[in-house]
Write a protein that binds this ligand. Structure first.
Ligand SMILES: CSC[C@H]1O[C@H](OP(=O)(O)O)[C@H](O)[C@@H]1O
Length: 359
């Protein structure tokens, strides 16, 4: 199942809002279609929306390069890029990918600090496409490195029962997944007994996507409603929690799907390790405290309706934050493609940053 495919003319996205009932694809030939797909979670998951945004910028550049004079073309392109970046504010991978491509364009048209008037936006399109493909390939490659690093935590252990929240799998990345990448590695090693998947209200990424993915791969999975996680832990059914992330601060505070913080508190109360799996591109090196992470507030209809079925009275006030922040004190370790980070996260994350910058 290929959730994101670039054929040079179009970005083909698996519409995740239709899963698990049907596998339908959207052929995006306009960057606005990709922006809508990200906003509506047809493509979702921090790394995946970064990859999709990279390809959307190829479509945006092609459109902008065909209109106005040279300066207008660049202005239009950067406006399109900013619109794309604003579709979902919490997952930093989206902004990271957009900024990475925009920085490339700015560098391409600058010589010795001056604007090189000989370079047009059209001249940049091939490089933008190369960068989008590079972002995609990097995400694909890092997933396997992360999976092995994460599985290393459980060296020699068998019969593992892992609880996860939301979907941090192949559908959320360009590869095998972050949290579910570790799960897949443990399964391949014969170490996994069961995955317990939180349904993850209100959009049910766990019920619809995680169970779908794991069932397809023959990995044992049991579905929980979100209010069952405490029971499962109390009954001794869970050995560890592994989740993904949408943004991690320099102190190790973690933004992830709403409900993650509650799972982390429950895990701590039951002495169960709580692991976060995320690539380097999920770290925000400009923020220390999780309190400063912007939390996306989504449409109230996501709570009062599901797939057209109304489940609450008209007009009832609704709170619908798409993410919450787990303070680093609740995080046992952070699994990355460069290895496993342990507290003191301020130091271990700084070391990761330094290593990657020096590559
Ligand atoms: C591979 S991390 C995916 C991360 O993104 C999900 O959010 P959404 O479904 O709204 O894109 C969730 O927080 C996952 O942990």
């Amino acid at each position: 199942m290929n959730s994101i495919e670039w054929n040079r003319q179009a970005l083909i996205l698996l519409d995740q809002t239709k899963l698990p009932v049907s596998e339908e694809y959207i052929h995006c030939t306009d960057w606005r279609q990709v922006a809508e797909a990200i906003k509506m979670l047809r493509v979702r998951g921090a790394p995946a929306i970064g990859v999709a945004a990279g390809y959307a910028l190829v479509l945006a550049a092609r459109e902008a390069a065909a209109q106005g004079d040279r300066d207008e073309q660049f202005t239009t392109f950067f406006e399109f890029a900013n619109t794309l970046k604003a579709t979902r504010p919490t997952a930093i991978n989206l902004a990271w990918a957009v900024e990475r491509v925009c920085a490339l364009v700015r560098t391409s048209v600058t010589i010795d600090g001056h604007d090189d008037q000989t370079v047009s936006l059209a001249d940049c399109i091939d490089r933008i496409e190369e960068e989008a493909i590079a972002i995609n390939k990097e995400d694909l490659a890092l997933n396997s490195a992360m999976a092995k690093a994460g599985a290393g935590i459980f060296e020699g252990r068998r019969g593992l029962r892992i609880l996860t929240h939301c979907n941090a799998g192949a559908l959320a990345t360009a590869g095998i997944g972050t949290a579910l990448g570790v799960v897949r590695e443990l399964h391949a090693n014969g170490q996994l007994s069961m995955v317990y998947a939180d349904e993850t209200r209100p959009l049910l990424q766990g019920a619809r996507l995680t169970t779908f993915e794991l069932h397809q791969d023959g990995i044992p999975v049991t579905l929980l409603t979100d209010n069952m996680a405490a029971y499962a832990m109390q009954q001794g059914l869970i050995d560890a929690v592994i989740v993904g992330a949408d943004r991690i601060t320099t102190e190790g505070d973690v933004a992830n799907k709403i409900g993650t913080y509650g799972v982390a508190v429950l895990a701590k109360a039951h002495g169960i390790p709580f692991y976060v799996a995320a690539p380097y591109s999920t770290f925000d090196f400009t923020l220390a405290s999780g309190k400063d992470i912007p939390i996306e507030i989504r449409d109230s209809r996501e709570v009062t309706h599901f797939q057209g079925c109304q489940t609450a009275p008209d007009g009832v006030p609704v709170l619908n934050p798409a993410f919450d922040v787990t303070p680093h004190e609740y995080v046992s370790a952070i699994i990355t493609e460069a290895g496993v980070l342990y507290p003191d996260y301020t130091k271990s994350i700084a070391r990761l940053h330094k290593e990657v910058q020096e590559r």
